[in-house]
Ligand binder design. Structure first.
Ligand SMILES: [Zn+2]
Ligand SMILES: [Zn+2]
Length: 174
Protein backbone atom coordinates (compact mmCIF):
# COMPACT_ATOMS: atom_id res chain seq x y z
CA UNK A 1 0.00 0.00 0.00
CA UNK A 2 1.51 3.27 -1.06
CA UNK A 3 0.82 6.55 0.65
CA UNK A 4 -2.12 8.53 -0.66
CA UNK A 5 -0.78 10.98 -3.20
CA UNK A 6 2.33 8.94 -3.98
CA UNK A 7 2.97 8.28 -7.66
CA UNK A 8 2.90 4.67 -8.84
CA UNK A 9 5.82 3.64 -11.05
CA UNK A 10 3.89 3.95 -14.29
CA UNK A 11 3.11 7.60 -13.53
CA UNK A 12 6.63 8.36 -12.28
CA UNK A 13 8.10 7.01 -15.48
CA UNK A 14 5.61 9.00 -17.56
CA UNK A 15 6.76 12.21 -15.89
CA UNK A 16 10.46 11.56 -16.45
CA UNK A 17 11.58 14.08 -19.01
CA UNK A 18 14.83 14.05 -20.93
CA UNK A 19 17.56 16.31 -19.62
CA UNK A 20 17.91 19.39 -21.77
CA UNK A 21 20.55 22.05 -21.39
CA UNK A 22 21.04 25.03 -19.13
CA UNK A 23 19.25 27.86 -20.88
CA UNK A 24 21.03 31.20 -21.21
CA UNK A 25 23.69 30.34 -18.68
CA UNK A 26 26.26 27.65 -19.46
CA UNK A 27 24.53 25.37 -21.98
CA UNK A 28 25.68 22.36 -19.92
CA UNK A 29 23.41 19.31 -19.54
CA UNK A 30 20.75 19.68 -16.88
CA UNK A 31 20.86 17.22 -13.99
CA UNK A 32 17.80 16.03 -12.19
CA UNK A 33 17.86 15.61 -8.42
CA UNK A 34 15.18 14.27 -6.08
CA UNK A 35 14.36 15.90 -2.79
CA UNK A 36 13.03 14.15 0.27
CA UNK A 37 10.21 15.78 2.22
CA UNK A 38 7.28 14.91 4.41
CA UNK A 39 4.96 15.22 1.41
CA UNK A 40 3.88 12.01 -0.35
CA UNK A 41 4.65 13.11 -3.91
CA UNK A 42 7.85 13.43 -5.83
CA UNK A 43 10.20 16.41 -5.95
CA UNK A 44 12.55 17.12 -8.79
CA UNK A 45 15.15 19.87 -9.02
CA UNK A 46 16.56 20.48 -12.46
CA UNK A 47 19.85 22.34 -12.30
CA UNK A 48 23.07 22.64 -14.25
CA UNK A 49 26.45 21.50 -12.84
CA UNK A 50 27.01 25.03 -11.49
CA UNK A 51 23.82 24.83 -9.47
CA UNK A 52 21.71 27.22 -11.56
CA UNK A 53 18.14 25.99 -11.23
CA UNK A 54 15.97 25.69 -14.32
CA UNK A 55 12.86 24.50 -12.52
CA UNK A 56 11.81 22.72 -9.37
CA UNK A 57 8.67 20.63 -9.45
CA UNK A 58 6.52 18.59 -7.13
CA UNK A 59 4.15 15.92 -8.48
CA UNK A 60 1.34 14.28 -6.54
CA UNK A 61 -1.47 11.95 -7.62
CA UNK A 62 -4.30 13.66 -5.89
CA UNK A 63 -7.55 15.55 -5.98
CA UNK A 64 -6.27 18.31 -3.71
CA UNK A 65 -4.29 21.37 -4.69
CA UNK A 66 -0.82 20.84 -3.18
CA UNK A 67 0.39 24.39 -3.94
CA UNK A 68 0.23 25.69 -0.37
CA UNK A 69 2.12 22.68 1.01
CA UNK A 70 4.71 23.05 -1.73
CA UNK A 71 5.18 26.71 -0.91
CA UNK A 72 5.73 25.92 2.77
CA UNK A 73 8.29 23.21 1.97
CA UNK A 74 10.17 25.47 -0.44
CA UNK A 75 10.15 28.24 2.14
CA UNK A 76 11.97 26.00 4.59
CA UNK A 77 14.69 25.26 2.02
CA UNK A 78 15.10 28.79 0.67
CA UNK A 79 17.17 31.69 2.08
CA UNK A 80 15.51 34.07 2.40
CA UNK A 81 12.12 32.36 2.34
CA UNK A 82 10.68 35.47 0.66
CA UNK A 83 12.32 34.25 -2.57
CA UNK A 84 9.40 31.82 -2.82
CA UNK A 85 6.67 34.00 -4.26
CA UNK A 86 3.14 32.85 -4.98
CA UNK A 87 3.28 34.03 -8.60
CA UNK A 88 6.35 31.92 -9.35
CA UNK A 89 4.39 28.76 -8.50
CA UNK A 90 2.25 27.26 -11.22
CA UNK A 91 -0.10 24.32 -10.88
CA UNK A 92 -0.72 21.99 -13.82
CA UNK A 93 -2.97 18.94 -13.87
CA UNK A 94 -1.98 16.05 -16.10
CA UNK A 95 -4.96 13.92 -16.95
CA UNK A 96 -3.56 11.23 -19.15
CA UNK A 97 -3.28 11.58 -22.92
CA UNK A 98 -0.03 13.58 -22.79
CA UNK A 99 1.54 11.07 -20.38
CA UNK A 100 1.36 8.10 -22.72
CA UNK A 101 -0.86 5.07 -23.02
CA UNK A 102 0.23 3.18 -19.88
CA UNK A 103 -0.25 6.17 -17.64
CA UNK A 104 -3.53 7.04 -19.31
CA UNK A 105 -4.84 3.52 -18.68
CA UNK A 106 -3.80 3.68 -15.06
CA UNK A 107 -5.51 7.04 -14.58
CA UNK A 108 -8.67 5.82 -16.34
CA UNK A 109 -8.87 2.78 -14.04
CA UNK A 110 -9.00 4.89 -10.90
CA UNK A 111 -12.35 5.85 -9.42
CA UNK A 112 -13.19 8.47 -8.46
CA UNK A 113 -10.74 9.97 -10.93
CA UNK A 114 -7.80 11.99 -9.77
CA UNK A 115 -5.14 13.75 -11.75
CA UNK A 116 -1.41 14.04 -11.53
CA UNK A 117 -0.94 17.50 -10.13
CA UNK A 118 2.39 19.14 -10.69
CA UNK A 119 3.46 22.38 -9.03
CA UNK A 120 6.29 24.12 -10.86
CA UNK A 121 8.53 26.67 -9.19
CA UNK A 122 10.41 28.75 -11.68
CA UNK A 123 12.38 31.87 -10.77
CA UNK A 124 13.53 33.92 -13.72
CA UNK A 125 16.85 35.78 -13.63
CA UNK A 126 16.49 39.21 -12.08
CA UNK A 127 18.63 42.25 -11.36
CA UNK A 128 19.95 43.15 -7.94
CA UNK A 129 19.82 46.84 -6.89
CA UNK A 130 23.43 47.25 -8.10
CA UNK A 131 22.44 46.04 -11.56
CA UNK A 132 24.16 42.66 -11.39
CA UNK A 133 22.29 39.55 -12.39
CA UNK A 134 20.81 37.18 -9.85
CA UNK A 135 19.71 33.64 -10.50
CA UNK A 136 18.20 30.97 -8.37
CA UNK A 137 20.85 28.47 -7.31
CA UNK A 138 20.70 25.33 -5.24
CA UNK A 139 23.35 23.92 -2.92
CA UNK A 140 23.40 20.19 -2.21
CA UNK A 141 26.50 20.14 -0.04
CA UNK A 142 26.34 17.64 2.75
CA UNK A 143 27.34 20.17 5.37
CA UNK A 144 23.62 20.97 5.59
CA UNK A 145 20.93 18.36 5.90
CA UNK A 146 18.55 19.83 3.35
CA UNK A 147 19.12 21.50 0.02
CA UNK A 148 19.45 25.28 0.16
CA UNK A 149 17.97 27.50 -2.52
CA UNK A 150 19.34 31.02 -2.76
CA UNK A 151 19.80 33.85 -5.26
CA UNK A 152 23.29 34.82 -6.37
CA UNK A 153 25.33 35.92 -9.34
CA UNK A 154 26.54 32.63 -10.83
CA UNK A 155 29.58 34.36 -12.36
CA UNK A 156 30.55 35.93 -9.03
CA UNK A 157 33.72 34.94 -7.19
CA UNK A 158 31.88 33.18 -4.35
CA UNK A 159 29.53 30.25 -4.37
CA UNK A 160 27.10 32.28 -2.31
CA UNK A 161 25.21 29.60 -0.35
CA UNK A 162 24.21 31.45 2.81
CA UNK A 163 24.37 28.28 4.93
CA UNK A 164 27.78 26.94 3.85
CA UNK A 165 29.25 30.43 3.78
CA UNK A 166 28.26 30.99 7.37
CA UNK A 167 30.38 28.09 8.54
CA UNK A 168 33.91 28.94 9.39
CA UNK A 169 36.50 26.52 8.09
CA UNK A 170 37.52 24.03 10.76
CA UNK A 171 40.71 24.98 12.57
CA UNK A 172 43.44 22.44 12.50
CA UNK A 173 44.23 21.28 16.02
CA UNK A 174 47.89 21.33 16.89
ZN1 LIG B 1 24.23 26.64 -16.16
ZN1 LIG C 1 25.49 25.20 0.94
Amino acid sequence: MTRPGALPGVLRRALDAPGGRCYRHCDQPIRSRRLASALPGRWEVRACPSGVVSVTSYAEWTRRDPTAAVRRALGRWTRPASLVRAWDLRLATRRGPELGRDAERRLAATHPPKGVRVVYWRVYPFRAPDGSERRLLVCFRRTHRTPVFFAADPSGPRWGCPVCARRRPKRHRS
